[in-house]
Design a binder for this molecule. Structure first.
Ligand code: ZN
Length: 372
């Protein structure tokens, strides 16, 4: 049976609009989800800025309830509460996910997407649907499918942050704040938030940041070096003692994450990490989390000598079937305050205002659409 839906469409040459349409009955492997809420992410701004010839469907994180399933869908049933994401939920079955959906729209138009959640209902491959307990918060959990997965996953899986390590997070929006919360869950003791706004830095402390670095107040790399010099110099943790090379004090963090992806921040995260000392240990890990739009220049000889690494992290290297229940548990026990992380709420027909506010940097955490 077809399902009536209100869907955001971004035409190639006009403002976004809400379109009334019908989702077809789900084919093999497909699921229809009635959505409670969906997150609004910078990736959608990147998509909107790209030239295109046909209408775009947008959004890739939500919470909702299954209303129809196609043949061969076994892990969810009608009535189940689910999270929608854009990373296949398990490596074992990811091969069965062959890509996106196309919708016929009124007026003979068509629109396509791998996944679309800026809609009252979505039609999505079962690989992008993760089962959840019925009692989860229907609104704020909608940001687990991208923001939390991307930020927290980069800490857990890509960087594999260990207890006692030092971490710097550049960019403290929804992704960066999730990274900070995950770093504290892992037991990182020194967690430095880096941004351009003192209010955002103060907000980051509520998620576990121990220090704030305002990049407008001076070179953030120098500020991180100063904070870590003092921290390591105070003799804690002991494992940093004696690691300074040729009598130099050790400085820089074990892990620096760039949740922005600008040339300037990508080039700052490597010098912001701690050097290694050959024969003793490897240098720090710089992790690119934000979407880059340019190349970068890195000092390769310095990276060789100090064994630093620069890694990318896409979707936080997460396995949603395994990771999402953990993120939901963090939310339930207060380690991931999603209620604070969601800082703005919009109706679907306010989509152009919502994106403009995100573009202007006015969203301090993550914005969502309330769809129910
Ligand atoms: Zn996203």
């Amino acid at each position: 049976m077809a399902t009536k839906a209100r869907v955001i469409v971004a035409p190639p040459d006009a403002p976004m609009q809400v379109v009334e349409t019908e989702l077809p009955a789900p084919g093999p492997g497909m699921v229809v989800v009635e959505q409670f809420a969906s997150g609004i992410c910078h990736s959608q701004l990147h998509q909107l800025h790209r030239a295109r010839r046909e209408g775009l469907l947008l959004g890739h994180e939500s919470t909702g309830r299954v209303v129809a399933v196609g043949a061969g869908v076994g892990h969810v049933a009608v009535g189940d509460t689910v999270l929608v994401t854009w990373v296949p939920r398990s490596p074992a079955a990811a091969a069965s996910w062959s890509g996106g959906v196309a919708l016929d729209l009124p007026g003979g138009r068509a629109a396509t997407a791998d996944c679309f959640t800026w809609a009252t209902h979505t039609l999505v491959h079962e690989q992008l649907v993760v089962r959840a307990d019925a009692g989860i918060a229907p609104d704020v959990t909608s940001i687990i499918g991208c923001a939390v997965m991307t930020g927290a996953g980069a800490v857990l899986h890509t960087a594999d942050v260990q207890a006692g390590q030092s971490v710097a997070v550049f960019g403290v929006g929804g992704v960066g704040l999730s990274a900070i919360a995950a770093a504290r869950v892992r037991g990182a003791e020194l967690v430095i938030a880096v941004d351009l706004d003192d209010e955002k830095l103060a907000f980051a402390r509520r998620f576990g940041a121990t220090h704030g670095v305002n990049a407008r107040a001076g070179d953030p790399v120098e500020q991180i070096r100063a904070i870590t010099r003092e921290y390591y110099g105070a003799g804690r943790p002991e494992r940093y003692e004696g690691l300074g090379f040729r009598g130099m004090p050790i400085e820089g963090v074990d892990v620096a994450l760039d949740c922005i992806g600008l040339k300037v921040t990508m080039e700052q995260i490597v010098p912001a990490t701690r050097p290694g000392r050959f024969g003793v240990n490897q240098g720090g890990v710089a992790v690119l989390v934000g979407v880059p739009s340019t190349t970068v220049e890195l000092d390769a000889s310095h990276m060789l000598l100090t064994e630093k690494s620069f890694r990318g992290s896409i979707g936080g290297s997460c396995t949603p079937d395994v990771d999402f229940p953990e993120f939901l548990a963090w939310h339930a026990d207060g380690r991931l305050p999603l209620d604070e992380l969601v800082t703005a709420r919009f109706r679907l027909d306010e989509v152009n205002e919502a994106c403009a506010a995100l573009e202007r940097g006015e969203i301090s955490g993550r914005a969502i659409f309330e769809l129910a």
